[in-house]
Ligand binder design. Structure first.
Ligand SMILES: Nc1ncnc2c1ncn2[C@@H]1O[C@H](COP(=O)(O)OP(=O)(O)OP(=O)(O)O)[C@@H](O)[C@H]1O
Length: 304
């Protein structure tokens, strides 16, 4: 007798989770004898239930929601004693993990595709006492994105992020940060944004980081050097259109297993990391990759 827990956030993605409930229950019914569906009521439910599913030896947990809900599901599994397969249907704004894994961005199609799946190991990362599966971002731009309200995200989608990021880029002051890589190499950098990513796709830009794959066992650390942002902007836009952002002239990139980051120029500054699009821990932060930690359900057959 196998059973899977299906956790739906009814508030994510303009409430589209409920619309795919039946299709998803039917699809999961092909692999599991029992599908137990739960609707979240607020913050923490997805995390607690994913942990409960693992601890109570369910045979899988599938989460339906935006990046925040997916992060909660993964966090619950990371905190559990047992390991069980994790599936998700993306209803968010950026959906970077889905992009990196080739999970369909149309929730209806993604739900149907889960009728026949295999599991694939992916890396996640631990940041202080929290976890992320896609990206930790530090600086004025991520702060602006954190402040983008849910209503605006629903209304304007990705453009709300772009608008707020642009505002931050030109308005806010940068900090000098100290980064220590793999407890060995140390750099200082003055910047408005540092990104620590696990996959190629960040902020729904799929060509953000060259060669980053979900199971390469590496953290991809990127920072924007800002000697002259206005003259460098065309270069960045060029990379957005064709190449990889990580290869742009004004980007420094490092591939490491561990990084600690602190604010160097202002002891009083409260700089918070944004993890998978939600507010995360304040600096100083310590990030380590947990290689191949999670078994993720990916469809065997993809609809074009
Ligand atoms: N029943 C509910 N009603 C309202 N809010 C809920 C409910 N269940 C969970 N939540 C909240 O939803 C938040 C997570 O939303 P999530 O990020 O998944 O969706 P989103 O905002 O649509 O997506 P994204 O952040 O990717 O744009 C959590 O902070 C949690 O507090």
């Amino acid at each position: 007798m196998t059973k899977v827990m299906l956790v739906i956030n009814p508030s994510s993605g303009k409430g589209s989770g409920k619309e795919i409930q039946e299709d998803l229950e039917e699809a999961l019914g092909k692999s599991y004898d029992e599908v137990e569906t739960r609707m979240t009521e607020g913050a923490g439910d997805a995390k607690n239930w994913a942990k409960e599913a693992a601890d109570d030896q369910y045979d899988g947990v599938v989460v339906v929601g935006g990046d925040g809900t997916v992060n909660e599901g993964i966090t619950g599994l990371a905190e559990a004693e047992n390991k069980i397969p994790f599936g998700f249907i993306p209803l968010g704004t950026a959906n970077d993990l889905a992009r990196a894994l080739g999970i369909n961005l149309d929730p209806k199609i993604a739900a149907k595709e889960l009728a026949d799946f295999t599991t694939r190991k992916i890396d996640i990362a631990k940041i202080n006492d929290a976890y992320f599966c896609n990206v930790a971002a530090i600086g004025a731009i991520p702060s602006a994105v954190m402040e983008t309200s849910s209503e605006e995200k629903s209304k304007f989608g990705f453009f709300a992020y772009v608008r707020d990021s642009m505002r931050a880029l030109f308005k806010d002051k940068e900090h000098t940060y100290e980064l220590v890589f793999d407890n060995d190499e140390l750099i200082e950098i003055s910047t408005k944004v540092i990104i620590v990513a696990l996959t190629n796709s960040v902020g729904s830009v799929e060509n953000m980081i060259q060669d980053a794959t979900p199971d390469d066992g590496l953290l991809h650390v990127m920072a924007l050097k800002e000697e002259n942002l206005l003259t460098e902007l065309p270069n960045l836009i060029h990379e957005l259109n064709g190449g990889y952002i990580s290869e742009a002239n004004n980007m420094v990139t490092y591939n490491v297993k561990h990084v600690s980051i602190s604010v160097k120029d202002d002891d009083e500054a409260e700089v918070k990391a944004n993890i998978d699009g939600e507010v995360g821990p304040a600096l100083p932060i310590d990030i380590e990759v947990l290689p191949s930690f999670l078994d993720v359900m990916v469809p065997n057959h993809k609809t074009e």
